[in-house]
Write a protein that binds this ligand. Sequence first.
Ligand SMILES: Nc1ncnc2c1ncn2[C@@H]1O[C@H](COP(=O)(O)OP(=O)(O)OP(=O)(O)O)[C@@H](O)[C@H]1O
Ligand SMILES: [Mg+2]
Length: 369
Amino acid sequence: MIDSLTPTILIVDDQSENIWVLTEALKNDYQIVFARSGLKALELAETNLPDIILLDIMMPGLNGYEVCGILKKHVKTQHIPIVFITARDEVEYITKGFELGAVDYITKPFNLSIVRSRIKTHIELKHHRDHLSELVQERTDQLIHKDRLATIGTIATAILHDISSPLTYINGNIEILKFELSDKNAPYIVTKLDKILEGTKQIRQLLDSYLTFSRHDKINKQHILFHDILQNVVNMLHYRLKKEKMHVDVSQVPSDLKIYCDKQKMIQVVINLMNNSIEAKNKEPGLITISASQRDSDIIISVHDNGPGIVDTSSIFKPFFTTKESHHGSGLGLFIVKQIIEMHEGRIEAEVTTENQGARIHMYLPYCL
Ligand SMILES: Nc1ncnc2c1ncn2[C@@H]1O[C@H](COP(=O)(O)OP(=O)(O)OP(=O)(O)O)[C@@H](O)[C@H]1O
Ligand SMILES: [Mg+2]
């Protein structure tokens, strides 16, 4: 059967009989295209990008050597393996073919079983090579990502260190101002000061989340009541949840459920997920439902909301993927969540939801006694 996965062979020979013999021998396993001249061969090689080219040497017009030389010079075609077709008494000329970059030769008259097995080998080799290049590309991309993240970690550490004191200084002075204004009946100014405080808090949170990268190794696991973690998060997000009129329902979390985790990191996980739900909110009242249960050897924690949901989940855990405007999202929230869950030997998945059915994120953590 011929389909897009069937390898393609380009046969180039000025004698139709040779083309016919080779086509008959190969057509059941491969897609065949053929050319009777060097010029036509160049055109077909570029448009079809065959998996292998069987190339006659002696042809009127452009001969096989010339065609081979041109193909090897072009980026698009230079990786296509070329097998020369040569008459037995021309075998000595084949050295030149190898010098030009050919991988093999077959002799006329054809021994078809040898032809088949050589073609099969070269096509397999090519596929391995292609796969290897893809792998190298993939690994390179991963390394670039890692490098980028490590750089962010280093920069964040430096920035956090440098701006931490002035940030504390700003916060402290605003708190003093607020205190001094408390009996001066100046609610407008106090509200504005609160907004400034909210901004400085966000700066600290943002830098903290970047810092997660540089603190990968430090993980301090303990048995913690999940309710304790949730209480911490709700306290930290109290102002934001109130302002955004967002309710959090934790009634489906058993009061005695403990998870074996790094408390600060797990707080970060829940904060990032809740922030996403708050930012996605599209109706009032906004609702985040957190549930947890133990099933076999897993603790399953689910976070649902009643927002638009996630219709395409394919990229959401990738670093820097965001659908938000640049000053609203860095696209690192879910990536950090995934990293932290994986540090706990767990896994995370997002349900694909139909529009407006709310997001559903599930995390599976190993249950530890
Ligand atoms: N609860 C949710 N509802 C709808 N879409 C969501 C939800 N959570 C995540 N997403 C989608 O996944 C994307 C990636 O989320 P992620 O938290 O990684 O980055 P972000 O929120 O855009 O930026 P950051 O968290 O760094 O501020 C979001 O931009 C959004 O499109
Ligand atoms: Mg986010």
